[in-house]
Design a protein around this ligand. Structure first.
Ligand code: SAH
Length: 221
């Protein structure tokens, strides 16, 4: 394995060139992505040298990917405006990278993954990266009981055909949720801000995510 100093340099270059350069300015997000988590520990060993590249990478299990750092990590984190102490839910744990960034910002993180092997892998990655206090649940993320909420922020890193009402129901007042909404091949990054009973929707560009599987998503990968 290469020395940490090498990966630190790559990580700083990633934050400057891909995240800050594209307009993400929240210091907490930039700081978390710069400090840690070591993204190279969240990708398969043979892809470590590509871990800080400007693209998604495969992590196995039915086409799951660790997303492009600008989208997951940078933009999606910034859009929910996380603050230390916030309760945040992630649907689609995958490698655990996004969950780690939220934890480093000081959020109380629950992350849900439907594939048990990926939930185990994420837990291993988080342990290796020394990120603690994340609750990883193996379950369909759109079948959580209302008693699991409310959450100040929800990040869904799998694409849904519509905004899942099971998830907006878990949002706290003044909470924000971000997720890709569209068809299977192309979606729009969509942010929902809940104030009382009102949901205000904003759009943040085209993205391509793996499908959300389940009643409020698609039936198959
Ligand atoms: N956030 C991840 C990337 C996730 S890829 C990271 O930081 O690396 C999307 C993940 O969503 C996949 O692991 C997939 O298995 C999971 N997924 C798809 N539908 C789901 C559902 N209904 N509930 C929970 N997880 C789901």
């Amino acid at each position: 394995m290469k020395e940490d100093i090498w990966y630190t340099a790559l990580r700083n270059r990633m934050v400057d060139g891909q995240i800050a350069a594209r307009g993400i300015s929240d210091p907490a997000v930039l700081d978390a992505m710069r400090r840690l988590p070591p993204r190279h520990l969240f990708v398969p060993e043979n892809l470590r040298d590509s871990a800080y590249d400007d693209c998604p990478l495969p992590i196995g299990y039915g086409g799951a990917t660790i997303s492009q750092p600008y989208i997951v990590g940078g933009l999606m984190t910034a859009l929910i405006e996380p603050k230390p102490g916030d309760r945040v839910l992630e649907v689609g744990t995958g490698s655990g990278y996004q969950a780690a960034i939220l934890a480093l910002i000081g959020c109380r993180v629950t992350t849900v993954e439907r594939i048990p092997e990926l939930a185990d892998l994420a837990q291993e990655n988080l342990k290796q990266a020394d990120v603690e206090d994340i609750t990883v649940i193996t379950k369909n993320g759109t079948a959580l009981p209302k008693s699991e909420g409310p959450f100040d922020g929800i990040i869904t890193t799998a694409a849904a055909p519509d905004v899942p009402t099971s998830l907006t129901a878990l949002l706290a007042d003044d909470g924000r949720m971000v997720l890709p909404v569209g068809d299977r091949d192309l979606q729009v990054l969509t942010c929902i801000h809940k104030t009382g009973d009102k949901l205000t929707v904003s759009h943040h560009g085209a993205v391509r995510f793996v499908p959300l599987i389940g009643a409020e998503g698609w039936t198959q990968i």
